[in-house]
Write a protein that binds this ligand. Sequence first.
Ligand code: TEU
Ligand code: CA
Length: 553
Amino acid sequence: MEKHWWQEAVVYQVYPRSFQDTNDDGVGDLNGVIEHLDYIKKLGADVIWLNPIYKSPNDDNGYDIADYEQIMAEFGNMADFDRLLKQVHAKKLKIMMDLVVNHTSDEHHWFVESRKNRLNDYRDYYIWRDPKNDQEPNNWQSAFGGSAWQFDEKTGQYYLHLFSKKQPDLNWDNEKVRHSVFDVMRFWLDKGVDGFRMDVINLISKPEGLPDVKTEGQENLAANGPHVHDYLKEMNQEVLSHYDVMTVGETPAASTRDAIRYTGFDSHELEMVFQFEHMGLDGNENPVIGKWSTNQVKLTDLKQVMSKWQTDLNGKAWNALYWNNHDQPRVVSRFGNDQDEFRVASAKMLGATLHFMQGTPYIYQGEELGMTNANFKTLNQYKDIESLNAYHELVDQKKLVSSSQMLAYLRHSSRDNARTPMQWDATKNAGFTNGTPWIEVNANYKQINAKQAVNDDQSVFNFYRRMNLLRKQYDVIVYGDYQLLDPDDDQVWAYTRHLDNQDLLIISNFTERTVQRWYDLSQQSNKIELLSNYEDDQNETLRPYECKVYLIQ
Ligand code: TEU
Ligand code: CA
């Protein structure tokens, strides 16, 4: 297998809005990221993925870009960014930017021009269609509720927006759009950035004729469309292949087969993709209610999906390993146990279960502290357009869910859970801001914060730090083949990794009970315990959320 730096790297995702505020406006900023580069370095991460920092009206917290070559005013200016980039490189770290090019903001000058008239040079930068029988051109729904079409009185046509109505979809079938995007990419690559995370990049090629979806609640048909590989190969040929950069595509609804096409070692498209299969296992039984639920994932389902991604891609493509990001609830609350008694043990167990698989691990800010869901009680605590629109659509409009049930769904599944401010210390607002935070700080910040964790050898932070160190010491962690053990075991997830004469055995108890488990591999005298979330080894039994990582050589 060819070896690349991005296969051996660990990525730390910074959501700047909630990372560190340095000018008391309650919103995180680039100077706040600079302040904590040494913290990220100490953790042992190699790459920083920055969520969008470009000029934006923030209808979707920066995923609605009004100018790709200007810094969002709230985050600072280009001089701040240049200083950040310089310091990142001085500390031997790298920066991956967030490229959001399936859509722009409706305040981007391309769209301002496009909507002026039907003959405008920018008209075909977006997807405009005539009404069909005086209605929307098809029955696609926006991810943020309602139709995916917005009628524009001035020119008498609808425009497509798979997300908010302030996020019109770009028309990638227009080569001028592709060339404009390639220019944006060169602007940042020539500044020296080290790669891109590409937002919903597998939605850029829409199906011919934009046909209706068959059933209500079905995902729209834009994923993995007819020309998506042509456009990504063109992007690679025209831009990416001229730089030594790392790319990760965000690809909702991509299968392992799709992923191999996007990221195969011989595909010349992307290096890896974020798949969503493991994130969709605890959704609602009713597709119209979608992800909103209080369901607990079944361990056998989680094992089956993640193991499939390991074995299908092995030797052909590369996994991006994640439990958390700015769109997902906190994993310790979702797949672990965030009660005081079990939070630290289960956060460590989840980290090890993920990081010892094959692929590049992504750590979302606060995951290394075992930060938990926000546990908000009232609707006005929520800020995310997805949360607020879902509440109004499912409770007020469709009357499918009661208010109290929807508030329980939001507590379990909302993106706001990941967006509460980073908890730095036990001072006011967890040290995030001296102002009023744009979203409430999690009430548990006095117990859960970086200052406490960095100085506690048994903290989740130092467990993650040890994992990142081990990754640099043992090639088997990066390149070893994955093999699931006991697929039907609904309490313990055990798997092995194999490379040359080295084997790893990873055993994780996903329950709050002590269980009996016996793995012959661990009988061999040449077994070395690399890592565990318990001080001692009981051999035959696994205590609540106990995780063991053994090296057998
Ligand atoms: O997310 C794409 C996406 O699929 C999300 O809608 C996600 O599935 C959903 O929010 C899960 O609850 C990307 C960005 O990560 C997200 O923050 C943006 O809102 C979205 O694209 C539009 O740019
Ligand atoms: Ca600020």
